[in-house]
Design a protein around this ligand. Structure first.
Ligand SMILES: CC(C)(COP(=O)(O)OP(=O)(O)OC[C@H]1O[C@@H](n2cnc3c(N)ncnc32)[C@H](O)[C@@H]1OP(=O)(O)O)[C@@H](O)C(=O)NCCC(=O)NCCS
Length: 352
């Protein structure tokens, strides 16, 4: 017996980008009331000048839905064109339903396929790879890929190794069929022996008993060293997998974990001077998987994305897991530039 399969699409590509940045800006100085640190240390060691924390009303679902609306507007599509929604998040405080189902309801499209994915700060690149495969396989026409997190809820504000790092936000892209491949093969993997390098202080069941949140705990130096060694090679392989060379790359949007990790990746990859590099960590901190779509949206807002720009992305984090790929970006239509109008990226003389 031979079963029928779905008609394949020759390619998939990103059709629209959207972002949601929470309204509340939190500076390094704001953290010092509870944290034994300094603005200078935080800037020098990470590049972070400020981050944004969600208000109680800015839930993961609210931020995800708003980023999605902006991505759909950018793509020129109605929500009804979406066949599947995948949300990458590590801060879902409700076990079921999936955040993706809540987003579907918020967008007025309750009948779509919807699921969440947990791959730490690599989650956006993981989800993008799923969307690419779903569209090329003919399983879905248009897929909403969302990354959304409220890391401020899970950050111990007195922990010197994490309190200053994290922020909240959401980013989304719409992926749809195209005549040519517009999303390169994903280079992904992990190191499960380091699963406890980024984890939480306790399980939710213990949190219930103790009445305290499970906070993020991280062996920062271990993550830093792993990123410097492993992720450099992953990023190079993502370029090669797309059949490109560093000279073909227009934009580089690595996970915004630390400006010094971005510097190391740049030194290793020898990307041309002309490549626009995301430094969004300075204004938003580490927003987990959202940092890549938020970074891309920021480049649009700054007018730095030309049509068909080749954008190199690499995400890495809890697991430890990583994923990277190159994707071509759509033109930004006037009036539909994704994301709110934001202040420019603060200069960082302490970590130029
Ligand atoms: C967290 C991180 C910024 C810490 O930076 P670091 O350079 O490794 O800092 P260290 O822990 O080695 O500490 C260096 C010094 O700063 C001090 N220090 C540590 N935290 C401090 C803080 N918050 N404020 C001021 N000083 C601090 C330490 O006591 C130490 O002092 P000493 O040299 O006198 O002993 C860095 O390890 C990092 O970014 N790691 C990657 C994290 C990451 O990307 N995580 C998410 C992945 S998705």
């Amino acid at each position: 017996m031979t079963l029928r399969s779905t008609p394949l699409s020759p390619g998939a590509r990103i059709l629209g980008v959207g972002a949601y940045e929470p309204s509340r800006v939190v500076t390094n100085e704001d953290l010092l009331a509870r944290l034994d640190s300094s603005d200078e240390w935080i800037r020098q060691r990470t590049g972070i000048v400020e981050r944004r924390w969600a208000t109680p009303d800015e839930t993961v679902t609210v931020m995800a839905a708003e980023a999605s609306r902006r991505a759909l507007a950018h793509a020129g599509l109605d929500a009804g064109a979406v066949d599947a929604i995948v949300v990458s998040t590590v801060t879902r405080f409700v076990q079921w339903p999936a955040i993706a189902s809540r987003v579907a309801a918020a967008l007025g499209i309750p009948s779509v396929a919807a699921f969440d994915l947990s791959a730490g700060c690599a989650g956006f690149c993981y989800a993008l790879a799923q969307a690419d495969a779903l569209v090329r396989a003919g399983t879905a026409g248009h897929v909403l890929v969302i990354a959304a997190d409220r890391l401020s809820d899970m950050t111990d504000l007195a922990d010197r190794s994490t309190a200053f790092l994290f922020g909240d936000g959401a980013g989304a892209v719409v992926v749809g069929p195209s005549a040519q491949p517009g999303i390169g093969p994903v280079t992904w993997g992990g190191d499960a022996d380091q699963a406890d390098t980024i984890t939480q202080t306790q399980e939710w069941t213990d949190a219930l008993a103790s009445g305290t949140m499970p906070y993020i705990v991280m062996a920062g130096q271990k993550v830093f060293k792993w990123a410097m060694t492993e992720i450099t090679d992953v990023t190079r392989r993502a370029i090669e997998a797309a059949g490109l060379t560093p000279a073909d790359i227009d934009l580089f949007v690595p996970h915004q974990a630390n400006d010094r990790i971005t510097d190391a990746l740049l030194r290793y990859l020898k990307l041309p001077e002309s490549v626009v590099v995301s430094r969004n960590i300075r204004r938003l901190g580490n927003t987990s998987a959202s940092s890549i779509p938020l970074g891309i949206a920021r480049l649009y807002a700054d007018g730095l994305v030309r049509p068909d720009a080749a954008c190199l992305m690499v995400g890495f984090g809890a697991g430890l897991v990583y994923a990277g790929q190159v994707a071509l970006l759509p033109a930004g239509a006037p009036g539909t530039v994704p994301g709110p109008v934001n202040p420019p990226i603060p200069p960082n003389p302490l970590n130029p």
